[in-house]
Design a protein around this ligand. Structure first.
Ligand SMILES: [Ca+2]
Length: 468
């Protein structure tokens, strides 16, 4: 198209140039561009016209414009309009696509947002899962630990059980040894009695159980030295031959108690046969008829360490010792005695310098064995100091029956049965130590705290009751 236009311009230019030269008469040009130039002899002026065909070439230098305005080519306009239409159509299409893309972008954004929130949620869930896993692991570890503990405990229990069985075996062996030794001792005793049979037998055995104590811890620790002292040699004998003398009385008895004996005219201190009211129980007791107007039934006495007071419940219940020496009347006897009327208790004490004091309680009785012979005491009076009221309302405790308020067994530490609390302000059934002050791992002497304290073992003590 461009080439065609260029060509036309060139042709017009050439024709115009020829016309201008016509006036000089050298070369004649045709006026009509539409007519082909020719040389004809018929022409009025023999003029020749020439047609030059100039090959198309690139324009350089001055450009000649056709000043004649040519009317716009309709086909070109139509073409241009068609093109414009086409471009508008394309623009619309593009706009539509753009709109579609916009909505897509929005959608993508929403999806991205959703994806982000999903990611967050997943992260949370993952953390939760992790925690759960850790927790589970911990639980498993804890379970294993508990299982191990259980296993250890079971093993220990088995060990303890086997140890216990072994101890039982040893205990059985020891028991049989003790019983065979007891048999041997009783044989020896029989032999001794046979040898002494020539002597007059005016004695009475207080209790066959007297010498079957668990051990000799309570006897006088320096008793071997007594061999050289004739006047004190006698205390060793009663534990082996617990004989007591009968008094020649006007009436054979039995009496309700020592006050009854006194009232019957028996004014000599000694052993009498007693039968408390409302019982067929017969017992013997030492009646103190010269001390404090007499009528006192002695229920306990210590004076030389000849009797072991570290004994069992059954022995404390039935009584033991020698009626003319050291003895314990027995909780069951005491219960029946103190039940028949109102009694007062007198505790007489003597130290190693010969000083005598007393503590008196205006009432005294015991509860039955079902209540562990619980102590019921009245008001104190005396000059020994009150070391017994602390034990009021306490049950009796022995080495084999712990009824005290202490976590351990007080009777084990103090080596004698008593109405322990936790543990004692007094214990007249402890170890009889020679000389007063004693050294021991435990406070286990015969003591009355208000009189010389707990580490002083008294020389002579006695407990006696009398109806008021
Ligand atoms: Ca206890």
């Amino acid at each position: 198209y461009e080439k065609t236009i260029n060509y036309k311009f060139l042709t017009l230019l050439l024709l115009w140039c020829l016309d201008t030269q016509d006036t000089r008469g050298q070369m004649v040009g045709a006026h009509d561009t539409n007519k082909q130039s020719s040389c004809s002899p018929n022409a009025k002026a023999s003029r020749c016209s020439y047609t030059f065909i100039v090959p198309q070439q690139k324009l350089t230098g001055t450009l000649c414009l056709n000043t004649h305005s040519s009317s716009p080519n309709r086909s070109e306009v139509a073409q241009l309009q068609a093109e414009l239409k086409q471009q508008q159509e394309q623009l619309r299409k593009l706009q539509h696509q753009l709109e579609q893309e916009d909505s897509l972008v929005m959608e993508v954004r929403a999806l991205r947002k959703e994806s982000n929130s999903m990611n967050t949620r997943i992260a949370q869930l993952y953390a939760q899962l992790l925690q759960e896993v850790i927790h589970k692991k911990d639980q498993v570890l804890e379970q294993q630990r508990v299982e191990n503990l259980l296993l250890n405990a079971t093993t220990q229990a088995l060990e303890v059980s086997s140890n216990y069985r072994e101890l039982e075996k040893k205990y059985g062996a020891l028991t049989s040894t003790i019983s065979s030794q007891n048999q041997f001792i009783s044989r020896l005793e029989k032999q001794c009695q046979c040898k002494d049979s020539s002597k007059p037998s005016l004695h009475h055995n207080y209790s066959s159980e007297v010498n079957k104590g668990p051990n000799d811890v309570q006897r006088d620790q320096s008793a071997t030295s007594l061999q050289t002292k004739p006047e004190e040699a006698h205390p060793r004998a009663p534990t082996e031959t617990p004989f007591v003398s009968f008094l020649a009385t006007k009436s054979p008895g039995p009496w309700r108690d020592c006050q009854h004996v006194l009232d019957s005219g028996e004014t000599t201190s000694g052993i009498y046969l007693i039968r408390p009211a409302n019982t067929n129980r017969l017992l013997q007791a030492w009646c103190e008829q010269s001390h404090e107007q007499g009528g006192w039934t002695v229920i306990q006495r210590r004076q030389d360490g000849s009797v072991n007071f570290f004994r069992t419940w059954e022995q404390y219940k039935q009584g033991f010792g020698n009626l003319n020496g050291e003895y314990w009347l027995g909780l069951e006897h005491l219960y029946w005695l103190s039940k028949q009327s109102k009694y007062k208790l007198r505790v007489a004490l003597e130290d190693w310098q010969g000083r005598q004091v007393f503590a008196e309680y205006d009432s005294f009785h015991l509860e039955p064995e079902s209540d562990w012979y619980r102590l019921r005491l009245g008001q104190y009076q005396g000059n020994a100091g009150d070391s017994f009221s602390w034990h009021n309302n306490k049950a009796f405790t022995t080495l084999d029956r712990d009824k005290d308020s202490y976590t351990g067994n007080c009777a084990h530490y103090q080596k004698g049965g008593w109405w322990y609390h936790m543990c004692a302000h007094s214990n007249l059934n402890g170890v009889w130590y020679r000389g007063g002050h004693y050294r021991s791992r435990f406070q286990d002497g015969v003591y009355w705290a208000e009189f010389h304290g707990g580490s002083y073992s008294l020389k002579k003590v006695s407990m006696m009751i009398k109806p008021t």
